[in-house]
Design a protein around this ligand. Structure first.
Ligand SMILES: [Zn+2]
Length: 476
């Protein structure tokens, strides 16, 4: 067994050789909790969830750390605009993100550190960089990483400092002493409070009071939970530069090995343009969950290989829905025929070799789904011919493969959404017949019968609304 994954740093697909055999440590940059998530925010979470599920099924013990950036320029600005304490604002959106992850079946990370919980580690890392001559303070609360002190700077994204435009890499300066920054590409390790910022949003350091820079947060948290060197660092494609370049520079300049491999998940696009709230094309996860059942949204996000752009077209959800209904329909019918398969059996079942080969090849989910569909066809054929032993085999195999993708229709996660639609059709047929009888009774002015029908439906939890087009029903 060899799992091969693309490494953004070396730009090649390489064998995964864990530092500690049998274990994999992953750091995934999580949300800056300042606003509700759109679907572009959830794609990396779903992609890394699939990675984690696959590594786990391959027998590896995965430690997944996904941080929460709860202190940051945007959190401060948005909370001030909303008239909330910054920590209340961050906590509010952290919960909204958690709900979105849970709704889409993203397993909780092993640990989810908040940036504000690792300030001592950040200060220690910063002090180490200052001692080693890779960082400098320009006065009360402002500390910068000196990119010219670190010749390997730009190594992750293969750029040279000289080739960067002045606005790249570095960040807008804050405080009063910021003009003294040596080089425009030097980036902030610590930031002095801006006028008007709450006292609670800054911490004492040997260089004055302030708050951490975003890059320093991730370097400190990754080391705290995964050690000096760890297996995989990941995030969305847009984090490669400057965020990940800066993280790597800080950690390596401090003398730590940091990430052995980098994985980046491509964007969700609309008409070829990156989905983003600032561009006004960010589809909120909450809106999508009103449009389609959660597993349908997850299928749409998971079905494309993680390094390919995912173009969100008007029919994306419809296509995902059709496929999901085929898969969940088979699982429902097969389970009805041969009985429910225990979850433990699904977890232990072998997946087909072709499926495993596709997943080992840099998580080639489209190829893996082709194998899923072959088995779906075989399962349906077995159902039609009454070959129950084959139905059971295909049911177990199909559920095992879908479990790797977080899309096993029989998983309790999807129980509320994967009900067989034949039940809905049967119910509709019965209620429609009742409503027809009621309409006839009303036409004959037989109010006793018409009321009795209405009461019977109400007792069954069905609400009837009369309109010009006739009566309609909903579940009350
Ligand atoms: Zn990060």
């Amino acid at each position: 067994m060899t799992i091969r994954l693309f490494d953004t740093a070396t730009r090649e697909v390489r064998d995964l050789n864990p530092i500690t055999p049998g274990e994999v440590g992953i750091y995934l940059c999580g949300a800056t909790v300042q606003a509700p998530p759109h679907v572009g925010h959830l794609r990396p979470a779903v992609a890394f969830d699939v990675l984690r599920r696959w590594l786990t099924r391959r027998g590896l013990t995965v430690t997944l750390i996904r941080n929460v950036t709860d202190i940051d320029d945007k959190v401060l600005a948005k909370s001030a605009a909303a008239g909330r304490e910054w920590w209340a604002h961050a906590a509010l959106y952290e919960r909204v993100f958690t709900q979105a992850y849970d709704a889409l079946g993203v397993l909780p990370p092993t640990y989810e550190p908040r940036a504000t919980g690792s300030v001592p580690e950040m200060v220690a890392l910063m002090e180490r960089l200052v001692e080693k001559g890779h960082a400098y303070s320009t006065g009360e609360g402002n500390v910068w990483f000196d990119v010219h002190s670190w010749p390997a700077y730009g190594g992750l994204t293969r750029q040279k400092v000289e080739d960067l435009s002045p606005e790249e890499g570095g960040e807008p300066t804050t405080g009063t002493a910021s003009d003294a920054k040596k080089n425009p590409h030097d980036f902030a390790l610590w930031k002095a409070p801006k006028p008007g910022e709450p006292e609670s949003a800054s911490w004492d350091t040997p260089y004055g009071r302030g708050r951490p820079g975003w890059h320093l947060e991730c370097s400190a948290m990754a080391r705290r939970y995964l050690g000096d060197t760890f297996d995989i660092h990941g995030g969305g494609l847009d984090l490669r530069f400057p965020h990940h370049e800066n993280e790597q520079a800080q950690s390596r300049a401090a003398g730590y090995g940091f990430a052995n491999r980098w994985m980046h998940v491509a964007w969700v696009t609309q008409s070829g343009v990156k989905m983003s709230k600032s561009l006004g094309n960010g589809l909120l996860v909450s809106e999508l969950l009103n449009e389609a059942p959660a597993p349908v949204v997850r299928y749409a996000l998971a079905a494309v290989q993680y390094r390919s752009m995912l173009e969100w077209a008007p029919d994306t959800l419809d296509e995902a829905r059709t496929t999901w209904e085929r898969l969940s329909g088979f699982v429902a019918r097969a389970s009805e025929r041969v009985g429910d398969v225990p979850a433990e059996e699904v977890a232990k079942a072998d997946v087909p070799e072709a499926f495993a080969a596709a997943m080992d090849d840099d998580l080639n989910v489209p190829q893996a789904l082709a194998v899923v569909h072959e088995h779906l066809r075989a399962g349906n054929t077995a159902l039609a011919s009454g070959a129950d032993a084959a139905v059971r085999t295909e049911l177990v195999t199909l559920r095992a493969m879908l479990d790797v993708l977080g899309l096993d229709p029989a998983d309790p996660q999807w129980a509320a959404t994967s009900t067989d639609d034949r039940y809905a059709k049967a119910l509709d047929g019965l209620v429609t017949a009742e409503l027809k009888a009621r309409a006839e009774a009303r036409e004959a002015k037989d109010w006793a019968t018409s009321d009795a029908i209405r009461d019977r439906l109400a007792a069954a939890g069905i609400e009837v609304q009369d309109s010009a087009d006739g009566a309609r029903w909903t579940l009350s």
